[in-house]
Design a protein around this ligand. Structure first.
Ligand SMILES: *Cc1c(COP(=O)(O)O)cnc(C)c1O
Length: 386
């Protein structure tokens, strides 16, 4: 179906931060399939884990024990401080599980119409519940009626939430991205998540963090909430978890971890041996190579380099980033920059119309990081001078 405005290129293979197209032209990937291939393309540890597992057992069923799924849950809980996990196949599905947890939590407290607070500019997925949670009319338009039970507030401030708390006794949870990704890499002030945590504690709400884009080391910590001293009740993951093998997870802690009972939720494919083996290989590689630290280091280098090269250009409204989530915001719509970058052998993304978004792999060498800075600076200077 005509669901994607595809760019005029097709890739045939990859290696680390590099991709080759059908004409053998080589590209530097600063986009990683939207924060998916954090370990780069064709990472040997992931390839080996997939091949080994494929030769042994692809799928059984969640009717049976799955050792790889148990091991993955244990590792993720150890890294995040959460108590347990439900596995699915995508980010939207992980958020669906979170939304169902919140509703169940509400019903157990005899709230018949539980409501979840969500923010403007957010992105949570394309299923009916998650597109309703998403703060973008473009994502919702044409798919009404939307799902009930969501209240929207501005991102990055607590006033709107305090106001809702005064008037609405149906609220049971807050669902939020620590940094809005699709919304344009919007980074809230320090203390925002802590403030949310305090409000949730005060009112008995679940704090549910969508770390589908910010998680897996991308921002310089394993999970973005770890930049501040707090713990969410629910956290969702997907994108970078399988380095390209589809897998999502909804992790829970405390009361939220005890809500789902057999029959409440499920997935045929979710957490199967193949996907979990890939994710385990991702986690082990990241731990061995301390890639979350590397993401922080690379992010500073990239942002510094870009700031140095692009200083003083008026059409650039802002350059910001946390780890390897980097944004250059222009004063104009610039979707054509993605094709222009392709011409120069660089994969970037433009989101929210005017924000150039970089989501490069965590395995980048210093030289490759410098090449991204150079190619992108040249491109932007030429584009904005024209
Ligand atoms: C990509 C994304 C999703 C949706 O994930 P899918 O795997 O495409 O369903 C949800 N939330 C955030 C923050 C995302 O970046």
């Amino acid at each position: 179906m005509d669901t994607y405005a595809r760019l005029p290129v097709t890739f045939t293979r990859g290696d680390g931060a590099w991709l080759w197209d059908t004409n053998e032209k080589q590209y530097l990937d600063a986009m990683t399939g939207i924060a998916v291939c954090g370990l780069g393309h064709a990472h040997p540890a992931v390839t080996e884990a997939i091949c080994e597992q494929a030769g042994r057992l692809l799928h059984t069923s969640n009717w049976y024990g799955i050792a790889q799924q148990q091991a993955l849950a244990d590792t993720l809980c150890g890294l995040s401080g959460m108590d347990n996990a439900f596995f699915c196949n995508s980010g939207a599905e992980a958020n669906e599980a979170a939304i169902k947890l919140a509703r169940l939590y509400g019903h157990q407290r005899e709230i018949l119409n539980p409501a979840i607070i969500v923010t403007e500019g957010s992105f949570h997925g394309r299923t009916l519940a998650t597109l309703t949670a998403t703060g973008s009319r473009k994502v919702q338009a044409g798919f009404e009626p939307l799902v009930k039970g969501f209240n929207r507030v501005p991102f990055g401030e607590l006033e709107g939430i305090r106001h809702i708390a005064e008037h609405n006794t149906d609220v049971v949870a807050v669902l939020i991205e620590p940094i809005e990704g699709e919304g344009g890499i919007v980074i809230p002030d320090e203390g925002y998540l802590k403030g949310l945590r305090a409000l949730c504690d005060q009112h008995g709400w679940l704090l549910m963090l969508d770390e589908i884009q910010t998680g897996m080391g991308r921002t310089g910590k394993w999970f973005a909430f770890q930049h501040e001293k707090l713990q969410p009740d629910v956290m969702t993951l997907a994108k970078g978890l399988g380095n390209g093998v589809p897998i999502g997870a909804c992790l829970a802690r405390g009361q939220a971890a005890g809500l789902f009972k057999p029959g409440h939720h499920g997935s045929t494919f979710g957490g199967n041996p193949l996907a979990c083996s890939a994710a385990l290989a991702v986690l082990k590689t990241m731990e061995d190579e301390r890639l979350e630290h590397r993401a922080a280091e690379l992010g500073s280098k990239l942002l510094q380099g870009l700031r140095r090269n692009l200083a003083g250009i008026k059409a650039i409204k802002d350059m910001r980033g946390k780890g390897l989530m980097i944004a250059i915001e222009l004063d104009r719509q610039c979707p054509e920059l993605m094709t222009r970058a392709l011409d120069r052998g660089l994969l970037i993304n433009v989101t929210a119309g005017s924000v150039v978004r970089l989501l490069p792999p965590l395995i980048l060498s210093d030289e490759e990081a410098q090449m991204i800075v150079q190619r992108l600076s040249d491109l932007l200077r030429d584009y904005l001078a024209a």
